[in-house]
Design a protein around this ligand. Sequence first.
Ligand code: EPU
Length: 343
Amino acid sequence: MFQLQKNVNLQALSTFHLPAQAAFYGELTDEKQLPEICALPEFNQQTVLWLGGGSNVLFLDDFPYLIIKLANKGIREIARENGKVLIQAAAGEVWHDFVQHTLSLGLSGLENLSLIPGTVGASPVQNIGAYGVEVKDRIHSIRCFDLEKQTFIKLSNADCAFAYRDSFFKRAGKKRYVIVAVTFVLDETFVANIRYGDVAKVLAEQVGEREITAQDVANAVCSIRRNKLPNPNEIGNVGSFYHNPIVSREQADALLQTFPEMPHYPLADGRVKLAAGWLIDQCGLKGKSIGGAAVHEKQALILINKNNQASAADLIALSDYVVQTVAQRFAVTLQPEPNWLPE
Ligand code: EPU
């Protein structure tokens, strides 16, 4: 029988470590448990929270409903043809461990996404991305449980409507599909993608003249991230706290007149992506704190739980302050990236 616990402390189950409790909590270790979970009296399709690694959620108050943590494990090869390999991983696999596993199998394609916190099952939801790669570039298909039809289905990459930090699972598919496994398409032959930021420079320092491998790129990405981003096991955080804002070409041009050095990335649709971290940094907010919540000293895009004593009120006040300060200076509205719960 599927076991639920009552009044479970959520501090260790989310990487920002805010104090909160879940009314009911259970861990799914096998996708076959899903029909049984849906039949529980505590289950409600609209209020249940399907939790991964807790690295993109903020529990601002006690969660009065059921939480199911996806903790199913398993990695297997599905097919191999013409240098491409399909690998399926269960939703509960830890993302970074999975990336390392694919590298140990001699497969490349995920190395730029090393050390991103969270689980495999959460990776498509906000289409995680870093250092010039988005997970959508490597997703073949997704196995889901359809809560309405109570059956398992396969969604193709195109079905998922991936965009920058966005997918079908945040929109039409929200509250209907539970991701139970993801199939990735990886390469037997490594082709480096090291144009982003400092990757090439750090690689050159670490590797020298020798020919680089996918593991080298992973190691370089890990060094860059460890340098800039706080380890959530030590200092609570949810990675980037805001999306990088996307503005019109006209607005970007007007801002560039005043701030010619502003980082900006033109998109295929004509709009322009700005760097939220730069905007916050320019407002002098690195290190700004309210109670236990603070803007990270090394990367302004990250809000931290300084001594793991921050309250939800501290964090909300700090985020409101950051959003207002950036809006006043640049007329750009930052959108927080994590899910604020309960909704
Ligand atoms: N910048 C500053 N000051 C700061 C932070 C950034 O001036 O405090 C400038 C940088 O110098 C650079 C630009 O802003 O010119 C962009 O910074 P960076 O390359 O560090 O990346 P980011 O835009 O801050 C995004 C992702 C990260 C991902 C990195 C690397 C988003 C919201 N964030 O950050 O993702 O690791 O690129 O690809 O798109 C995450 O989502 O949790 C995350 C960490």
